[in-house]
Design a protein around this ligand. Structure first.
Ligand code: ATP
Length: 447
């Protein structure tokens, strides 16, 4: 399978089977905005649940938060986003296309794609101008400067401004963290590659507050921990690596930064799926300065006061979902069958549907038995009941959406109460008691 076409195959499968649809498609779509269909929403939810469990529930030193998308406009002055969250842009006066000045090398002239912008005789590029990536809107009925607010471009600031609220309410002590999952918006200039870079997306961010001087130790801890998490989702270890930010790549607030990258194959190759940053005391100091509120931590036992340093882990469920699709997709021959199959080999805990339930034929009480079994299993996990088409077709439909198990009710079921349990990956079938199969599947999908 050529890697260059993998993304096209995924876009088509994602639409056909209800993972991802283009936003407002019946109106021609909205640039780089995507909707998640019945299976996509389950897959994304499973990714977020896995993150929440690892970062919040499994630890006693991290608290959850759900801050609002709209925030006081001063937040974005303090954070540096009003002044600094910009990309240098050039416009082509001829074709009206817009390019990032620092990415011209990777861009193509829309009129002559074999050339870069500026190389075609008709190109007329402007000087670079700075363009702020934040979406602006107005709060209240008056569209005037005073009422301008922004859609948040990251979830982190909601955590910093609540740092003291959470500290007081939870009675945590430094070192401790605050985690949040939520929407973020960036008017990206070079969005694309399906759901890789979009203008509306979600983030899963955790800010860990530590005593200055212990920050690099915690940075190393979280760097290792987060890589392990991505592996635990089933992403192939040899497709994951670290990329260190150095020199001009390092953001203005960062003392150290590493990306965790995944190899998306084809022309995309290794790309960031999560950033781990040592932000020092930049954020809390700035909010202390701009809000006039003291944000120092008082360590009574050691009789010390300081502004904590922050180690941030910033991931995105949308990009993780794309990595999971790329990682899981395989086309293979099935022994004894002419037609091959497409499989999404998701880790069972992430699969949107956990089991397909089929009556072998639509008679002799099999549909009734299978329907009752499906209803029972739905109390524990998502199940798809299917009685249409030949059994092989039904298996293949479930393989294509990553369902790890299929249960078939056949003639023997009606005699001894057993069903066949088929494994998506090994294709092995075993006979198990219908009243035990729910427990067996739960055990196998457990983490
Ligand atoms: P990039 O350089 O790839 O645009 P970034 O360095 O700006 O990303 P961060 O600000 O560190 O990204 O955001 C943390 C995570 O949020 C990223 O690793 C990614 O998973 C996700 N993310 C950021 N921007 C987008 C986007 N436009 N679309 C989808 N996910 C995004």
């Amino acid at each position: 399978m050529a890697d260059t076409t993998l993304m096209d195959k995924l876009v088509s499968l994602a639409k056909r089977r209800g993972f991802v649809f283009q936003s407002s498609e019946i109106y021609g779509g909205l640039g780089s905005v995507w909707d998640y269909g019945p299976l996509g929403v389950e897959l994304k939810k499973n990714v977020k649940d896995r993150w929440w469990r690892a970062m919040v529930h499994a630890r006693d030193d991290i608290e959850g938060l759900d801050a609002a998308i709209l925030m006081h406009p001063r937040v974005w002055e303090a954070s540096g986003h009003v002044a600094g969250f910009t990309d240098p842009l050039v416009d082509c006066k001829t074709c009206k296309a817009r390019f990032r000045a620092d990415k011209l090398e990777d861009a193509r002239c829309p009129q002559k794609p074999s050339k870069k912008p500026g190389e075609h005789t008709a190109c007329e590029l402007t000087e670079p101008r700075l363009f702020n990536l934040m979406f602006k809107t107005f709060m209240g009925p008056v569209e005037e400067q005073a009422a301008t607010i922004f859609l948040r471009p990251e979830t982190a600031q909601g955590i910093y401004v609540n740092y003291q609220n959470v500290l007081n309410a939870s009675r945590q002590k430094v070192p401790f963290g605050i985690a949040q999952i939520g929407k973020a918006f960036r008017n990206e200039i070079t969005p694309g590659n399906f759901i890789f870079r979009t203008r509306e997306f979600e983030q899963m961010e955790m800010q860990f507050f530590v005593e200055p001087g212990t920050d690099m130790e915690w940075f190393e801890f979280w760097k290792a921990e987060r890589l392990e998490w991505h592996k635990s989702l089933g992403l192939a270890p040899d497709r994951l690596n670290y990329h260190q930010h150095a020199g001009t790549e390092l953001a203005h607030y960062a003392r150290a930064a590493f990306d965790i990258e995944f190899d998306f194959g084809g022309s995309l190759g290794f790309q960031e799926i999560e950033g781990i940053h040592n932000r020092g005391d930049f954020d809390l100091s700035r909010h202390q300065e701009y809000s006039g509120k003291r944000l120092e931590y008082v360590d009574q036992a050691a009789n010390k006061r300081y502004i904590p340093f922050v180690v941030e882990t910033a991931a995105g469920p949308n990009r993780t979902l794309l990595a999971l699709l790329v990682n899981a997709y395989r086309e293979e021959k099935v022994e004894g069958e002419d037609e091959g199959r497409v499989v999404l080999g998701f880790h069972p805990s992430l699969a949107p549907i956990k089991a397909g339930v089929f009556p072998l034929v639509k008679k002799d009480g099999m549909p009734e038995f299978a329907d009752k079994l499906a209803k029972d299993l739905r109390k524990s996990f998502p199940v798809f009941y299917d009685e249409s088409a030949a059994i092989g077709r039904r298996y293949r439909r479930q393989d294509e959406v990553g369902t790890p198990f299929c249960l078939t009710v056949d003639g023997q079921t009606l005699q001894d109460g057993t069903v066949t349990l088929r494994d998506r990956d090994t294709l092995k079938q075993e006979r198990v008691a219908a009243d035990r199969v729910g427990e067996i599947i739960k055990e196998r999908i457990a983490l």
